[in-house]
Design a protein around this ligand. Sequence first.
Ligand SMILES: [Zn+2]
Length: 215
Amino acid sequence: MLRTKSPYILRLDVSGFPVAWTSWEEAICLYVKGQVAWEAGEHAFSFRGGTSRLTGKRSSITVNSIVAVHGNSMSKRIYRQTPHLNNRELFRRDNGMCMYCGQSFPDGALTRDHIIPRSKGGKDIWTNVVAACRRCNGLKGGQTTDQARLQLLAIPFVPNPAEYLALKNRRILMDQMEFLKKQFRHDRLLNMKVSHFSVENEIDTNRLNRFIGPL
Ligand SMILES: [Zn+2]
């Protein structure tokens, strides 16, 4: 899970495939090193750096909310990998809802239920797990859904790379979500919330001074 007050920058490979979330510090480094090939976002964030000893002027740099970076295409490698399964992303995949009773719960009240119980050989994989409230998980216990007479409200799925990136970042910006959505394969992820905030108010520019100094 990404934790920051500032937005994360969506990093693409040079072919436009979404690869990762990058902190704004890392994004500035990519710009400074000339590694940004092109930009695709609607937001441009300006950061002020240190004062140049040569010109006496304060430097600044603008970072786009979506940047494509030079280098090899990552898409084949990432598509071969299964995204890491953890509860935060699992609960978000299932819209914070118990997949048996359909009620919404905060993350702390949800559990990871194994559809085929682990005691019956069920695996701990995306397609065998759902979010479940404590009550339903307790009712089901070590039984299968048939034995417990419970019915799944939705089929569990493995998020694809774009979906997983969207699940990982809870402060995703509208343009980043729109970009990722084009590669979504599961309709029930289309209504994920996006974040609206003023970046300029959140960034501590002194951190930038310490980070890169005069540009
Ligand atoms: Zn429930």
